[in-house]
Design a protein around this ligand. Sequence first.
Ligand code: SF4
Length: 350
Amino acid sequence: MPDVPRLRAALLHWYDQDARDLPWRTGPAARGVGARPDPYRVWLSEVMLQQTTVSHAAPYFLAFTRRWSTVGALAAVEEGELMAAWAGLGYYARARNLLRCARAVAGEHGGAFPDTEAGLAALPGVGPYTAAAVAAIAFDRPANVVDGNVERVMARLFAVETPLPAAKPELKRLAGTLVRDERPGDWAQALMDLGATICTPRNPACDRCPVRAFCAGVSSGAPQRFPRRTRKAPRPERRGIAYVLTRGGEVALVRRPGEGLLGGMLGLPTSEWTDVAASPPPRPAPGAWREAGEVAHVFTHFSLALRVLTSEGGDAQALAEDAIWTPAAQAAQALPTVFRKVLKAALASA
Ligand code: SF4
């Protein structure tokens, strides 16, 4: 077990000097003179950052907070408007949960987020990670904030041989041994910064690492060997057909069913997405179609190849009985990434 007080002092000292400047962050200098983070901004950033990089999430965060500067303002928005603003961030169930949570905070909690990990975890759509992160960062509660970055740092610091995912409870327990009542928000963010900038997945910069002296992984001579992983099953492949129907400068969009993948989002009409291994390729809908190439997209649980077919007017319009005709430029903004790719391929082939 490393000397925890010295390890903590080294990492917090590094954070005081080198903390990343992030749009949602109240940095250590500001905290030092009494500035407090806005829980709404902390919560919003944590939801956006799940499965999304900082550079991808930052413009969305800025746009959201310009448009809805408080949780009350966000709670009042129509779901369709929120989904359109979220388009491109992926994992769309998060956007619906965001709205449920905002409405609960604005309604049942009078506009103030609960200030404990348990209170936050009781909000709709707030999972254990987000509850811990908001409790630590916004309210300085000594919560154990463990995401994939922190798991990697722990696996290296302690040279954990158990492979992921079985190692998760052990990594969480080890992270918990380093949490103290002193500066919990800064501690959580210092670990996040270490994982994001120094102890990176492929090439950890151990020579610049503030906790190198305490790291069993670097002592082993091969820190990048950690975390160990169980070999994953290959990702299943699916295929389908996406239809781009145009009429003048407009494109036919459809609202996807509320539940399931990309639920409630705007999309383009498609065939069923069938399993490559088990099903024959889908047949195109009747109509006069032109081929516009193929688009690949990777979701968490499968990869998808979409054959793109386009039609300008004609009998294929029958496919778009429930269409929401939308100017092409506006459609590109409102669509999730997979459909943006399809629309781009179709327009490029025109
Ligand atoms: S010394 Fe290297 S492996 Fe260990 S925590 Fe630092 S960057 Fe990660």
